[in-house]
Write a protein that binds this ligand. Sequence first.
Ligand SMILES: [Zn+2]
Length: 88
Amino acid sequence: MLKCKQITELASKQLDKKLPWYQNLEINLHLKLCKTCNLYVKQIANIQKLATTMNKKCNHIILSSNAKTRILNKLNEHQKSGKQRTNK
Ligand SMILES: [Zn+2]
């Protein structure tokens, strides 16, 4: 059985692309047994839905290149800090 950390990583991937059936099965089995991961997966799915909705509703908003760079830098910082935590 996969650990919670593996499930959160797989569940994030699951939102972006189709996973093999056995990984979906492992995720679903784990989610039946683990309330924490279940809640986490629901939250990231809601965040993705919200982001998609915001993207559709706000596509008329044009960001300056400066703002885009700031957002990109923050996302990169966040991603790097996540990878550092993963490596510990
Ligand atoms: Zn779990």
